[in-house]
Design a protein around this ligand. Structure first.
Ligand code: URA
Length: 225
């Protein structure tokens, strides 16, 4: 049904039930429409932003990458996840977290009732793969950081979760161990930030899974508040 006739039939039904007392019902319809509009607007802005940066050559990684990995997910996400940098598979496919660590991340998200297309946006500190997955250089992080900040400003998530020490240290601008970083809630450009283990660390050391699970339970509760 066309959305205008849907609204008309809804209003007729409401009028039959409640007469002319339609104020609350109408505001619900209006808010839903407004949300749809804002969502499309954010998706369009993200797309436009992607098109303005995907040919980036601000650092040397522009020469060695196969694909610029912008990030993916819901433009209306309440949860914004930040990893370190694309790996080999991500570089080939152009999407973040599609390798083994990504499979584990999908399971974690599903355990907190989320999935990558609904309420979640995933990206990395670096948008291009460092050769042989070496640790990002601080010059590469500085060049790339404005992209991350703009993505966060466009999406306006309820919570940012940094995955791993590199993402945590980049957003916090502090040298702490991951175990120290994960103990507090911080703020990044006005948006709450938590830091937890990178899924690759959980693959290497399964004993950390229980601790990471405590963090993700906190994330679930926080998002449901
Ligand atoms: N590790 C990351 O930090 N990011 C990815 O996209 C994949 C693996």
């Amino acid at each position: 049904m066309h959305s205008k006739s849907k609204i008309n039939s809804y209003l007729n039904q409401q009028q039959k039930l409640f007469g002319n007392e339609l104020y609350l019902q109408l505001s619900t319809v209006y808010t839903n429409k407004l949300n749809e509009h804002t969502q499309t607007e954010t998706a369009n802005k993200l797309e436009k932003f992607y098109k303005s940066i995907y040919l980036c050559q601000n650092c040397k990684l522009g020469k060695t990458r196969k694909n610029f990995v912008f990030g993916s997910g819901d433009s209306n996400a309440d949860l914004f996840l930040v990893g370190e940098a694309p790996g080999k598979t991500e570089d080939l496919i152009g999407q973040p977290f599609v390798g083994e660590a990504g499979q584990l991340l999908n399971k974690i998200l599903s355990a907190i009732g989320k999935n990558r297309d609904n309420g979640v946006f995933i990206t990395n500190v670096l948008k291009c793969r460092p050769p042989n997955n070496r640790t990002p250089l601080s010059s590469e992080i500085s060049e790339c950081q404005p992209y991350l900040i703009k993505q966060i400003k466009l999406i306006q998530p309820k919570l940012i979760v940094a995955l791993g020490r590199i993402a945590g240290k980049t957003l916090l601008k502090k040298e702490l161990t991951l175990n120290e970083m994960r103990k507090s809630k911080y703020n990044f450009f006005g948006i709450p930030l938590r830091i937890t283990y990178h899924p690759s660390a959980l693959l290497r050391n399964p004993d950390l899974k229980r601790i990471a699970w405590d963090d993700f339970k906190w994330v679930k509760n926080y998002l449901e508040k």
